[in-house]
Design a binder for this molecule. Structure first.
Ligand code: NAD
Length: 361
């Protein structure tokens, strides 16, 4: 199979971690007989330096022409970098918002998995963390409160701010379908999170999710109120498989879920549209404090590449091989500085990438 992948190395540690993800993908290609065709585009600060804008039309067109996009990270030190003296619409982050919009990426997926070897980094009590957890948060990314009409007014000398939370049934249905499809590739359970005891938008959410569930008799569906879900994530995270939720609830819950793993350099993510196309990137930022020093952990980006193999190319066996390589390297005791613990072998970004590539079977 020929895999046409547009890469956005970006800023800070971005180019270092993307290089290692490419190394691993090349090895997957050699092992399983696929041709990897990479094309790099500029975005964020790297694009500002060359083109004066964080994202060009030409870059968007190249991303659209690919099967999938693999990204490092964008942005610089927000207090010292000259990029942050520019107006907001010309700063690095505007590039990311621009490409998400241009590619209609409405579904954001963030897995949170606790590797037994990294359990010490988990901030939960041992009796909870020892059960392990492996969940995926599916967050609606282009609707809801963040995109509703908003205004601030003054009435009779009193300032008043209004935000609106709107979802139509089509927006809910398309993300629910994604969640059920992905649950089928995992352990077959969807927890739909809402606030149906208060919000009309949540009551519609619940109805439409139930309608979609009818087409997936092999997937178990449960509903959970968002306040309860926030508690359950720290009380019993092992109960979750796929958590499906709207934009703002997902924003908050996905940060909570990723923080209970305790390891920012390990967290992958994907943003998908209604085709197989997706943009895959680590959940962390561009870490300007360690950029160019061969200190970055490339695993989050490598695991994002595994998600790309699974969700954009349906190459489950190859994605499993990448995830197994990560487990193997951790089992053998290799660690980058951010996940280092006593008795382990410290390696840099490049060596970690090579170790992972060597373990692709
Ligand atoms: P950050 O995630 O870049 O860094 C937070 C801390 O985690 C730092 O100490 C950093 O060294 C460490 N860290 C992050 N990733 C690591 C890795 N792979 N290996 C080892 N250590 C790692 O967050 P920040 O410092 O708040 O943001 C820095 C820049 O990144 C900002 O410009 C911000 O806007 C941008 N950012 C971009 C994205 C994105 O591209 N999607 C996401 C978040 C932040």
């Amino acid at each position: 199979m020929k895999l046409q992948i547009t890469c956005i190395p970006g800023d800070g540690i971005g180019p270092e971690i993307v290089a290692e993800a490419k190394k691993v993908l090349e090895k997957v290609g050699q092992t399983y007989g696929h041709e990897m065709v990479f094309e790099d585009i500029l975005m964020g600060g790297a694009s500002i330096d060359v083109h004066g804008v964080p994202l060009t039309e030409e870059a968007v067109e190249k991303a659209k022409a690919a099967d999938a996009v693999l990204m490092g990270s964008i942005g610089g030190d927000t207090t010292t970098s000259p990029w942050y003296k520019l107006p907001p619409n010309l700063r690095p982050e505007a590039g990311l918002l621009g490409i998400r919009k241009a590619l209609n990426l409405f579904a954001n997926l963030r897995p949170a998995y606790l590797y037994p070897e990294l359990a010490a980094a988990c901030p939960l009590k041992e009796k909870i963390s020892q059960a392990g957890f492996d969940m995926l948060i599916m967050r609606e990314l282009t609707g809801g409160l963040y995109f509703g009409e908003r205004r601030t007014v003054e009435e009779n000398g009193v300032r008043k701010a209004i935000d609106t939370l709107v979802y139509d049934e089509n927006e809910i249905r398309r993300i629910a379908v994604k969640a059920f499809d992905i649950a089928r590739k995992r352990r077959g359970k969807v927890t739909s999170v809402d606030k149906a005891n208060v919000l009309d938008s949540s009551r519609l959410w619940r109805k439409v999710v139930e309608e979609v569930a009818v087409g997936y008799p092999d997937v178990a569906l449960e509903h959970m109120l968002v306040d309860n879900c926030a508690m359950q994530l720290v009380k019993d995270p092992a109960q979750f498989d796929v958590i499906l939720t709207e934009n703002m609830f997902g924003d908050i819950l996905s940060d909570e879920a990723s923080m209970v793993t305790g390891s920012i350099g390990m967290l992958a993510s994907a943003s998908l549209n209604d085709t197989k196309f997706g943009l895959y990137e680590p959940s962390h930022g561009s870490a300007p404090d360690i950029a160019g020093k061969d200190l970055a952990n490339p695993i989050a980006t490598v695991l994002s590449a595994a998600m790309m193999l699974r969700y954009s190319f349906d190459l489950d066996r190859e994605a499993d091989a990448v995830e197994e390589a990560v487990k193997q390297v951790l089992k053998e005791g290799y660690r980058t500085g951010d996940i280092l613990s006593e008795g382990c072998t410290r390696v840099g970004c490049r060596q970690m990438g090579s170790l992972l590539a060597e373990r692709i079977r």
